[in-house]
Design a protein. Sequence first.
Length: 115
Amino acid sequence: QVQLVESGGGSAQPGGSLRLSCATSKSIFTFETMGWYRQAPGKQRELVASMRAGTPRFADSVKGRFTISRDNAKSTVYLQMNNLEPEDTAVYYCHGRTYSQREFWGQGTRVTVSS
């Protein structure tokens, strides 16, 4: 069974930074697409950033502030979040989709941005 384990959530002030990590239990090459979603209280889960074939894409709300990267040797995907805003407060989920279109989710890590 494939597992995705997030870490790095926590609290930050507006304008601050956090880096989320997602470690996979299998080779990162198992996945066609890997990315991050988030769900704020009372809202639907939304895509934040993803990477497919080395090409990243971002939600408009985070463009220019967040970056996504991967370390193949560590089978880990990162989400670097800079210039955080209170609207970024949410539970962030790592997501992976294999080439056979199976989807896997992490357990979620909470990010709180407040002054």
